[in-house]
Write a protein that binds this ligand. Structure first.
Ligand code: ATP
Ligand code: MG
Length: 201
């Protein structure tokens, strides 16, 4: 069986925290590849303006270029409807019957996972790899209640990177540098397009 990791996110924009999270998961769980799936119209973020999916996906494509095990997927982009993780996983497992699926997330996402749409279906379709993220430490009750729902969870301890997309957007809007917080190619993309700059909004 091919071990396939799926790293889902809004990636607004993708940053070193995402790449490190995926790489630590790949290494700890001997994944053959990791697919970065950019959310089209994220369910949890309807309250704020999000950069167009096309631009977010373009930055993901730039970011994964240097890693032979990484690739960018547009599976959740383009549809008129909100794409849910359960549906995306079902589709991927249909397309790749030889694959064992692993859904990668940070500890902040693990804390909300029980409330994701069709959570028990997600539990059936993929094993969860959860990588530590600063500020979010799931306690034993979160883990045991997820396990009762049928989730298989592998916790991966990794160096904590206190980087978030919100912080990057805010820094760019204030005219502050984000170099080395995002891959060089993404940094160049941000400079060339002016994305997240006040003047463009
Ligand atoms: P925002 O600040 O806009 O919420 P974000 O940085 O949280 O953005 P998302 O696209 O929401 O990025 O996150 C996608 C996935 O990546 C989530 O599972 C999240 O837990 C994980 N992740 C993001 N940043 C980190 C980080 N610094 N360390 C570990 N995991 C991370
Ligand atoms: Mg987030």
């Amino acid at each position: 069986m091919r071990r396939v990791g799926i790293m889902g996110g809004t990636f607004d924009p993708i940053h070193m925290g995402h790449l490190s999270c995926a790489e630590m998961a790949r290494d700890a769980c001997a994944l053959d590849e990791v697919l970065f799936v950019t959310a089209g119209n994220p369910n949890f973020k309807q309250d704020r303006r999000i950069a167009p999916a096309k631009e977010r996906h373009a930055m993901v494509e730039l970011a994964v270029q240097g890693n032979a095990a990484f690739s960018a997927s547009d599976a959740e982009i383009g549809g008129a409807e909100v794409a849910y993780t359960a549906d995306t996983l079902a589709r991927l497992s249909g397309e790749r019957p030889d694959a064992e699926l692993f859904f990668i997330m940070g500890t902040d996402s693990l804390m909300t996972l029980a409330h994701w749409k069709n959570a028990s279906r997600i539990a059936e379709l993929a094993c969860i790899i959860c990588v530590s993220r600063p500020g979010f430490m799931p306690d034993g009750t979160v883990l045991s209640s997820l396990e009762e729902m049928g989730f298989r969870i592998k916790m991966v301890e990794a160096p904590l990177l206190d980087i978030s997309s919100s912080q990057i957007r805010a820094r760019v809007a204030r005219g502050e540098t984000v170099r080395y917080l995002v891959p060089d190619q993404v940094h160049s993309y941000l400079q060339a397009t002016g994305l997240y700059r006040k003047e463009r909004a």
